[in-house]
Write a protein that binds this ligand. Sequence first.
Ligand code: ACO
Length: 324
Amino acid sequence: MHIRSEIIGWGHYLPKKVVTNDDLAKIVDTNDEWISTRTGIKTRHLVEEELTSDLAYGAAKMAIEKAGISVDEIDSIVVATVTPDNTTPSLAAKVANKLNAKSGTVTYDISAACSGFVYGLTQADNMIRLGQIKTALVIGSESLSKIVDWTDRNTCVLFGDGAGAVVIRAKEGEGTSADTGILATKLYADAAHYESLKTTGGVASTKTAGFIFMDGKEVFKFAVNSLSQAAETVMQMGGISSKDVDWLIPHQANIRIISNVGEKLELPTEKVIVAVDHHGNTSAASIPLALSENIESGKIKKGDIIVMTAMGAGFTWGGALIRF
Ligand code: ACO
């Protein structure tokens, strides 16, 4: 018997307010042409009154409804985020509180920036395969607009707010790539790049969250290589070649990074999911948001092979191979 974690529910939630590149050109020295050609971003959603927990709750509710389960069946809630409502308790605890989760539901946050969802999914999958839990809710939720310096054109045009979620549940498989569920995961980090992508503050250093700072060119180069490496590794681990892949869901940071990764993996553009054009970079939310939207649109179907690959501050990176 081989335990797999199967995705039985998916959800996403975006704040209502949509901000265009032309809107941004009114507050910083930029223009639609620069943002579109350098990043592929056209619009992004930004929070007004809502908190990161509201976005997470919206995505979680949809995922639980899609799964057709009751909240009481969830053993663990993990939220990947760098923009929690409170420093403590975790955002996962807040979501559990809003969902009225039963006493005993394990809750914790993952801080691995844009790789956070893949990190959280990997941990939850491992707990399921060890038999410690049966059902997990894994969420990526961010209000990046709260840690963006709205006077800095180098960064403020890149980010957006939103949330995505999945419910995964233990299911018996054969141990082959014909199984549905998570087939392989792999995580990496290299802290030598600690300074290259970070916030300028934090609880202990400045008592403020700080603003996002990055060495854009270094991040760009590293992202192309690490996203490709993680995708290749999980495909190899699962015995899947790129021609068998139905969908690549890369972290949505920049269309040029996404296209380069697709080319490196020799995947036709129509198999590469793009959401950065209407979400911007939503960090830990970007992959589950793109997944849920594309399941709902009917593009991603039951049985499809999906490769997720993410990279973010730390540097952290990682991938997941899934048969939906
Ligand atoms: N509007 C107009 N001009 C701008 C803007 C803007 N919003 N931002 C920067 N510029 C200017 C710069 O000031 C620079 O001007 P200069 O030559 O007079 O100094 C010029 O445009 C070119 O800037 P570059 O940094 O060379 O532009 P580049 O082609 O490298 O693109 C970008 C910058 C989009 C940030 C790119 O490096 C990138 O995408 N890097 C990846 C970073 C990323 O996505 N980070 C997100 C978090 S990490 C992650 O999610 C993986």
